[in-house]
Design a protein around this ligand. Structure first.
Ligand code: DQA
Length: 144
């Protein structure tokens, strides 16, 4: 099972960024904990602050026949038609994850343009949301 964990803008700053909202865990901590919890999964981890790079990463995951993608599009969730189209364009199941509960925050975060193209969304469960998304994909991923 090959899974991509893809993180969008500003998530490289996890650990120091708005720790009251996002906690103190870093992306490196997330990678280490997923690799240790799911030792049999062949993971790729990518992060970019650039919309086009995220689109390229989604396309590439499809052409490299990944079984699933755990995607936190971060701020682009609320704005990006192009990312939504990229999620819809590929035949790889995408689970959207938000660390914070976007519905308990500002109104502009209540709408995700990418969510409708994803198979589902996990929001507000902290870093645990990523592991829950992996668990889902282990059962429902493309080639599971
Ligand atoms: C986020 C929520 C978004 O609204 C925000 O722009 C982020 C992170 C989350 O993981 O809670 O950057 O996707």
């Amino acid at each position: 099972m090959k899974l991509l964990v893809l993180n969008g803008p500003n998530l490289n700053l996890l650990g120091s960024r708005e720790t009251d909202i996002y906690g103190t865990g870093t992306l490196a901590d997330l990678e280490a904990s997923l690799r240790s919890e799911f030792a049999d999964v062949d993971f790729a981890f990518e992060q970019s602050g650039h919309e086009g790079s995220l689109i390229d990463a989604l396309h590439e995951a499809a052409s490299r026949r990944f079984d699933g993608i755990v995607f936190n599009p971060a701020g682009y969730s609320h704005t990006s038609v192009a990312l939504r189209d990229a999620v819809a364009a590929i035949d790889v199941p995408v689970v959207e994850v938000h660390i914070s509960n976007v519905y308990a925050r500002e109104r502009f975060r209540h709408v995700s343009r990418t969510a409708a193209a994803a198979v589902g969304v996990i929001s507000g469960l902290g870093m645990a949301g990523y592991a829950l998304a992996v668990r889902y994909l282990l059962v429902h991923g493309a080639r599971s």
